[in-house]
Ligand binder design. Structure first.
Ligand code: AMP
Length: 396
């Protein structure tokens, strides 16, 4: 994989696609700098080689041209502070001003371009627009994994203008390597732990992982579609009736392939969808009418943890229950802790997908697992086995 480590940036202008789609408050202050901070190692490498940096990003979803609330100029203060240099700004990502500022960059300088999505050509993947951006720099670096599943001008098309001078930044390289550790070269036993609300959001991951894993653990709201498909009583639990056949085929395929597909045997059920609701632990296929399963039960926790503890590779996506409510978070917390424990004993664990990332952070376990993906939708599509245009454009 070609990364910034394979290139010496001295006197070169590196055009770096970053994901600075950060949340801003009403006064346009950044409320979470994670995405900017994550890009710093790549930028520091380029600058310390004696190169200069031209930063390209999108922010939000502007509809028609420039909008104050989506301007990247709000990031200048923080960026200048963390990079220890006054970051320059171009009010438009293409055009004369951007070209002049880019041409004037000296080693160690940083130029931030205005929001790419102020031009609709960005999301359309317009080649002419990509060419205009490409002219600003000597080398193209993609460090925006969160946008890698889109064939946009700055994430994929632009790479075509740099046939021998395109590479991954560290963040993107880490995301790609970590998922390949799991999807391509997993050590066995390999266990996937899938949860979350719906089967529909996870079925492609289930299908793609089925012939790779030894164990497939299913928890969260989606377990009830499986339990219903097997003829269980699920009360008012979350269910996708239109996916019962899909769940049945997954169960059948697991059997055919010899995959140990584990469905919860017990659940903590609630009288209503509310933290203060009355609670009862019941058999997962015997949820009383009017009750809904909100978390995995103690017997299930024990079964799942046993398998996790025997695994050498673990992929976790999706909470085991309604972990936002303290009374229904035990299953998710216990599974997160089990994954952290087995990682400490040498297993490789990848946490990918929004809510399991939120859970691992909630329980302060992020530094006790192998890798926590920031990739969101891009990570999900990668897990589904899709080719990500931003990754393919550089090549692994
Ligand atoms: P997803 O985005 O599909 O990964 O789903 C995450 C959401 O699933 C979280 O907000 C959880 O509260 C929710 N969830 C997990 N288990 C259940 C359940 N048993 N019933 C309803 N929602 C659930």
């Amino acid at each position: 994989m070609k990364t910034v480590d394979s290139y010496h940036f001295k006197d070169k202008k590196a055009l770096v696609r970053v994901d600075y789609n950060v949340p801003l408050d009403e006064q346009f202050r950044i409320t979470d700098t994670t995405r900017i901070d994550a890009s710093l190692p790549t930028l520091r490498k380029i600058l310390s080689d004696g190169g200069s940096v031209i930063l390209m990003s999108h922010l939000g979803r502007p509809k028609e041209g420039p909008e104050e609330k989506f301007s990247l100029k709000h990031l200048l203060g923080y960026l200048s502070q963390v990079l220890h240099t006054p970051v320059q700004f171009a009010d438009d990502c293409i055009g004369d001003q951007a070209a002049e500022k880019a041409a004037g960059l000296r080693p160690g300088d940083v130029l931030l371009l205005e929001n790419l999505r102020f031009h609709k050509e960005e999301t359309k993947g317009n080649e002419e627009f990509a060419g205009k951006l490409a002219r600003l720099g000597d080398v193209y670096v993609n460090d925006a994994f969160g946008s890698a599943h889109r064939a946009h001008a700055s994430t994929a098309i632009i790479a075509g203008f740099f046939p021998d001078r395109k590479m991954f930044g560290y963040l993107m390289a880490n995301e790609v390597t970590s998922i390949n550790n799991v999807l391509v070269s997993a050590k066995h036993p390999f266990t996937a732990v899938l949860g979350g609300a719906k089967v529909s959001g996870k079925i492609e991951i289930i299908n793609h992982l089925m012939d790779k894993v030894d164990n497939l653990i299913i928890g969260g709201g989606m377990m009830f579609t499986f339990i219903r498909a097997m003829g269980g009583r699920i009360g008012n639990s979350l269910v996708e009736e239109d996916l019962l056949d899909v769940a049945k085929s997954a169960l059948y395929r697991a059997k055919e392939l010899g995959v140990n597909l584990m469905i919860p045997v017990d659940t903590v059920a609630a009288s209503e969808f509310n933290n203060e609701a009355e609670r009862r632990t019941v058999q997962a296929d015997q949820v009383p009418d009017g009750w809904m399963g909100m978390d995995i039960g103690p017997e299930t926790m024990k079964n799942f943890a046993e398998i996790i503890h025997q695994s050498s590779t673990i992929l976790w996506n999706g909470p085991m229950g309604v972990f936002e409510m303290p009374n229904f978070e035990n299953g998710t917390r216990f599974i997160a802790e089990s994954i952290a424990d087995v990682t400490q004993k040498g297993a490789y664990s990848l946490i990918g997908g929004g809510d399991s990332v939120a859970a691992i952070n909630k329980y302060h376990l992020a530094d006790r697992v192998s890798y926590v993906s920031t990739g969101g939708g891009a990570m999900l599509e990668y897990m589904e086995g899709k080719v990500l245009p931003g990754v393919a454009a550089i090549g692994v």
